[in-house]
Design a protein around this ligand. Structure first.
Ligand code: S3P
Length: 441
């Protein structure tokens, strides 16, 4: 599907974004490991999360959607998954694939995991290596890519792992495997990544300890707990809210409200950066929902100044660089974003996709090593480009936002990929005043 975003005026109104993708995957997966039935409200019904739900069903877990949109999962206990009689296809979902690998490691059967052509290119060695150390067998294609087969075992060995990258997917996969090991399993990452798994596991009765060490942030889980079922409430996804937020900051005269957005500090890097650039984003009614901090966002348009985004902030905004690059394109000055090596292994090579997409839209940008630089136009950038989504929802949505605040429309090819995380994106943006429509060939 090809979508075209044309320049729009002020955005206004109130709109709710769908449930958090990271939390939705985890709510399903952790509920499956509890003893008894859990209920989930606000689950993201995007393709990624639906692939995780389908995978759990293949593993023998009853997962149901009810009228009104709530979901129930009849948990089978920590070691209760059943051997699947077919391949587990996680589609585009890196979180789904990696967390499922962690679960499979603790089960004494063989399961094959695959995904779409984007996921089959992504590195799985970062998860396979620690799982092998714990005693699971993981047979994969060259470079530890999908499809791969996991043959787990019920008596996994506890592990003390140091991850080279700050990655919540790696950390969570190891913690999920650690549920099956007798004793304590630890993961240390150079900087703390999102902690949704830890929050949820604690609320379900698992023992989790966290500490700062010389090597970084260390999380330890005590294995073989009995997990209590839970009522999960999924907050709005700050990574999805980022698109209307940036559009409203950049379109003169805008004022929008987005209620019920997750504001977990380990996810809030974009919002901090935008504020440093001069954006007016206010959090009202701060509260807690399902063990996560949540607030309503009020966003007003503002002129932005370029800033330098330090590498240490990357784990807190790892998915938001494409949309930050769009904000930078309209700011005054050169925005420097440092330490973005991980962007090369996301749903697409986002590092390259940002550079090529911005260049196609007349925005000057360049890279030095893992650092990316965007020269802002101190006003609407030219636009007018055609951008390929590359099976990457965030690239698609970012460039549609760019089209709305540029001087000429931007066309995104392959925009159907938006449905992985944000079904209803086009309707929501247009209800606020954007002009996104299907484009002919
Ligand atoms: C996610 C973690 C991040 C992020 C992804 C979701 C998660 O990936 O990019 O969209 O739910 O744990 P990494 O853990 O690989 O950085």
């Amino acid at each position: 599907m090809k979508l075209r975003a044309s320049p729009h005026g002020a955005l206004s109104g109130r709109a709710s974004v769908p449930g958090d993708k990271s939390i939705s995957h985890r709510a399903l997966l952790l509920a499956a490991l509890a003893v008894g039935e859990s209920r989930i409200e606000g689950l993201l019904e995007g393709e990624d999360v639906m692939a995780t739900a389908a995978t759990l069903r293949r593993l023998g877990v009853p997962v149901a959607r009810h009228n009104g949109g709530s979901w129930t999962v009849a948990g089978v206990g920590v070691s209760g998954l059943a051997e699947p009689d077919t391949v587990l296809d996680l589609g585009n979902a890196g979180t789904g694939a990696r967390l499922v690998m962690g679960l499979l490691a603790g089960h004494p059967f063989t399961a094959v995991v695959t995904g779409d052509s984007s996921l089959r290119r992504r590195p799985m060695g970062r998860v396979a290596a620690p799982l092998r150390e714990m005693g699971a067998t993981v047979l994969a294609r060259e470079g530890d890519r999908l499809p791969l087969a996991v043959r787990g075992r019920a008596d996994l060995l506890p592990l003390d792992w140091r991850s080279e990258v700050a990655s919540a997917q790696v950390k969570s996969a190891i913690l999920l495997a650690g549920l099956h090991a007798a004793g304590r399993t630890s993961v240390t990452e150079p900087l703390a990544s999102r902690d949704h798994t830890e929050r949820m596991l604690r609320a379900m009765g698992a023992e989790i300890a966290e500490e700062e060490t010389e090597d970084g942030h260390r999380v330890t889980i005590t294995g073989q707990p009995e997990l209590r079922p839970r009522d999960f409430v999924v907050p709005g996804d700050p990574s999805s809210a980022a698109f209307p937020v940036v559009a409203a900051v950049l379109a003169e005269g805008s004022r929008i409200e987005i209620p019920g957005v997750g504001v977990n500090p380990l996810r809030a890097g974009l919002y901090r950066t935008l504020r440093e650039m001069g954006a007016r984003i206010t959090e009202t009614r701060p509260r807690e929902q399902g063990g996560e901090p949540v607030a309503d966002l009020v966003v007003e348009s503002s002129d932005l100044e370029a800033v330098e985004v330090p590498a240490e902030r990357a784990p807190r905004m790892i998915d938001e660089y494409p949309i930050l690059a769009v904000a930078a394109a309209r700011a005054r000055g050169v925005t420097a974003m440092r330490g973005l090596g991980e962007l090369r292994v996301k749903e697409s090579d986002r590092f390259a996709a940002i550079l090529e997409g911005l260049a196609a839209c007349g925005v000057r940008c360049w890279s030095e090593g893992d650092d990316l630089f965007v020269e802002g136009a101190a006003g609407p950038p030219p636009g007018g480009g055609r951008v390929a989504a590359r099976l990457d929802h965030r690239i698609a949505m970012s460039f549609l936002v760019l089209g709305g605040i540029a001087r000429a429309p931007v066309t995104v090819e392959g925009a159907e990929t938006i449905a992985t995380s944000f079904p209803g994106f086009v309707a929501l943006m247009n209800a606020l005043g954007a002009r996104i429509e299907e484009a002919g060939s």
